[in-house]
Design a protein around this ligand. Sequence first.
Ligand SMILES: NC(=O)c1ccc[n+]([C@@H]2O[C@H](COP(=O)([O-])OP(=O)(O)OC[C@H]3O[C@@H](n4cnc5c(N)ncnc54)[C@H](OP(=O)(O)O)[C@@H]3O)[C@@H](O)[C@H]2O)c1
Length: 257
Amino acid sequence: MFKSVVVIGSGNVGHHLGLHLVDSGLDVLQVYSRTEAKAQPLAGLIKTTYTTNLEQINPTADLYLLAVSDSAIAEVAKALSFSSTLSPLVVHCSGATPQTVLSEQFERFGVFYPLQTFTKERVVDFKQIPICIDANTVDDLKLLEHLAMQMGCPVYPINDEQRAVLHLAAVFVNNFANHLFHIGEQILSKDQLPFDLLRPLIQETATKVMQASPAERQTGPAIRGDQVTIQRHLQALETWPIYREVYELFTKSIQKS
Ligand SMILES: NC(=O)c1ccc[n+]([C@@H]2O[C@H](COP(=O)([O-])OP(=O)(O)OC[C@H]3O[C@@H](n4cnc5c(N)ncnc54)[C@H](OP(=O)(O)O)[C@@H]3O)[C@@H](O)[C@H]2O)c1
């Protein structure tokens, strides 16, 4: 069982995981950010120490959680060094990055990927967050499984290839869906209509796919083949060429699915 953790990265994920690790009974020994402005508030909330210098990372923890931007994982890993007698487990939190990015630096490495969208300001319910884990040894996979369970999360052993697929699907259902909400908001605001009008529809769309396959729940002019409406919408989008392209692509994708 892990007892102590160092959280490297004080962004959205570092913030939420750091707080929840403490709530789950772990000792967060230290948090890191490049800036004091970010490290200090998180350390204050967790009631722990912080550093802005990777050379001053506390070397005595059982687990090191790299919650830094995907593009910084390799660079941060290179800056960390532990004596071979300690050999702690080092994991990153990225869906899009293979665990092998850590293999050159560390004897024990893995992934602890929480499959949810995090922003600091939003409270999250960890009981509803699948944690996708991987590790280079069976023993460490078991330790990570135990940790996720201790945090009250559903846990899934997922290898690099599977996680890449999962992350791709997550980009569609989360990032792209959210961008579509943004397009809807822009279209309404051109005619001074409030986004609130769409919120119940968004809620019902998400609720419906909790009970059935999205393929069975598709509605709208594309699936009905309602050409008159489609042409009217395309005309209305003439001043937004990119959104017009998106509309045409989505219509084609729905009709070919
Ligand atoms: N947000 C999500 O919804 C989500 C969900 C699941 C997994 N993840 C994964 O979790 C990880 C962190 O994401 P996040 O959303 O927490 O990102 P974030 O809010 O943008 O925070 C990124 C953190 O990385 C640090 N960082 C960036 N470049 C760095 C560098 N060159 N050297 C050292 N530190 C650097 C930042 O440092 P400063 O504090 O100094 O700016 C910050 O602490 C990523 O691997 C991401 O893929 C994110």
